[in-house]
Design a protein around this ligand. Structure first.
Ligand code: BES
Ligand code: MN
Ligand code: ZN
Length: 499
């Protein structure tokens, strides 16, 4: 689907999309169409009890007096209150509707509205929402009938400052490219995406100016990464530590990078602590944290973000086999701390332990955000509406929470404290990888990670197990891989680290 921007005009074919404000107030474009159709818009609004509430849609098919296929009325609510999230959601809902009714082409007529964001910015975010919703992972459907394939070819936004909107959208298109990469990788099955093929995908980002490097088993063994390597030792696929570096900061004094670290378990069977068969296929997306990190790197480099960033992905496959790690094994992490592995299914934290230590040793980052589909327990706590946020830093935590609200990727802060930390103390080693009970499972996992964060490094951990994949459609997210976190972190970086 193409997005275009053009000067105000009234195309005489395809769908026309116009806004209605709260209290059924017609925008100037809607009022114009109402006149051209002899009051059809007002009659439709009356007949349907349409209130102009944000996100409400009402369609007039084959409007008399016009050659267009349809007029789609879009409730905008109060224009002064339209946030970035609202606009993206509106665009998403409009695209979903146009796809469902099998429209081919649409023109969105945008007006200057009093209050709120400027029209170009509104148009660009509206367009991004439409793009995000039109995503489809259909490469393995070889027999889909042409009449089932989406027909929507173009959405054109008509507004006075079309050039400014186009420019604002160029940046957002890069963001969509990043989200789509994340969604693609999360959607791919584990026979296609495994540690080395994930690295091969990352190498493609070289053309954007990202430096890509991967450590294999030998290099990691030399560095003493016994924790990560223990998880991968049962698999025929060699583990990889992927390092992506983007240097966009203009000033030498901003050299210290931001670090994003992702859990990349390309398939999680649970290992010898094997998971039940039902639903195990979901564990192909246990690399969702790594998927978000690579998508974010693509978005940042794509828009030439003025910031230094490193992205690290710990890539392993967790398999049961004669070479697999056993419950009770004791491993030594790169940090020197020893871990008794009491459950081989609590593997994400073992992978992150070495990835986190490595990024601190090598890059001395300004801050670290890690992302991981770490615990089923976070789904019990927060469902699918919020990711869990754990942090040792109130400022970082507040900034991430605010960025999430702005773009509609919500995070909810959870506690950390020494009382929880005690629960992973261990008789046989420095720590154990599970607490042994089910209570506070996401928190004890986060406490484990914190044992690998050096004092003084601002750190946040996002447990995205409940939000990386969606069984239901949402405004800007079709069913499947969501790309959660790419928009949030792009916004966080832009707001706090690019000036
Ligand atoms: N990858 C899973 C967590 C998960 C579960 C993500 C469901 C998405 C949906 C993780 O590796 C895991 O297995 N965690 C265990 C930890 C337990 C053994 C302490 C869990 O949550 O059950
Ligand atoms: Mn697991
Ligand atoms: Zn896992």
């Amino acid at each position: 689907m193409d997005i275009a921007f053009a000067a105000p005009s009234l195309p005489n074919s395809g769908a026309l999309v116009v806004g209605v404000l709260d209290q059924r107030k017609l925008t100037p474009s809607a009022a114009h169409l109402n006149k051209l159709t002899d009051g059809a818009l007002e009659r439709a609004i009356d007949a349907n009890g349409f209130a102009g509430k944000r996100g409400e849609l009402l369609e007039i098919v084959a409007p008399a007096g016009l050659n267009n296929s349809r007029i789609l009325l879009v409730g905008m609510g109060a224009p002064a209150k339209l946030t970035v999230k609202d606009l993206r959601n509106l665009g998403g809902s409009v695209a979903a509707h146009l796809l469902r009714v099998r429209e081919v082409k649409a023109a969105v007529l945008l007006d200057k509205l009093r209050g709120g964001k400027a029209a170009p910015e509104r148009a660009a975010n509206y367009a991004l929402g439409a793009v995000l919703r039109s995503y489809r992972f259909d490469k393995y459907k070889t027999k889909e009938k042409p009449e089932k394939k989406p027909r929507l070819k173009e959405i054109k936004f008509h507004l006075e400052d079309a050039a400014a909107a186009k420019k604002a959208f160029q940046r957002l298109q890069k963001l969509a490219d990043g989200v789509f990469l994340t969604r693609d990788l999360v959607s791919e099955p584990a026979n296609v995406i495994f540690p080395k093929s994930f690295v091969a995908e990352a190498r493609k980002l070289g053309k954007l100016g990202i430096k890509v490097q991967a450590l294999g088993e030998k290099e990691m063994a030399k560095l003493g990464m016994g924790s990560l390597l223990g998880v991968g030792q049962g698999s025929a696929h060699e583990p990889q530590l992927l390092v992506m570096v983007w240097q966009g900061a203009p000033n030498a004094k901003d050299k210290q990078p931001l670090a994003f670290v992702g859990k990349g378990v390309t398939f999680d069977t649970g290992g010898i602590s094997l998971k039940p068969a039902a639903g195990m296929e979901d564990m192909k997306w246990d690399m969702g944290g790594a998927g978000t990190v690579i998508g974010l790197m693509k978005a940042l480099a794509g828009r030439k973000a003025k910031v230094n960033v490193v992205g690290i992905c710990g890539l392993v496959e967790n398999m049961p086999s004669s070479t697999a790690q056993r419950p009770g094994d004791i491993v030594t992490s790169m940090s020197g701390q020893t871990i008794e592995v009491l459950n081989t299914d609590a593997e994400g934290r073992l992978v992150l332990a070495d990835a986190l230590w490595y990024v601190q040793e090598r890059f001395k980052p300004k801050l670290i955000v890690d992302l991981a589909t770490l615990t089923g327990a976070i789904i019990i706590s927060l469902g699918h509406e919020n990711a869990g946020l754990f942090s040792n830093d109130d400022k970082l935590s507040d900034q991430l929470t605010a960025a999430g609200k702005e773009v509609g990727e919500l995070v909810w802060r959870m506690p950390l404290s020494s009382d929880y930390d005690k629960l992973i103390d261990c008789d046989a080693a420095d720590m154990k990888n599970i607490s042994g009970g089910r209570a506070g499972g996401s928190i004890t996992a986060a406490q484990f990670l914190q044992r690998f964060i050096k004092n003084g490094t601002p750190w946040a951990h996002l447990d995205i197990a409940g939000v990386a994949w969606s069984a239901k459609e949402k405004a800007t997210v079709p069913k499947g891989g969501t790309g959660f976190g790419v928009q949030l972190l792009d916004s966080f970086v832009a707001k706090h680290h690019e000036k």
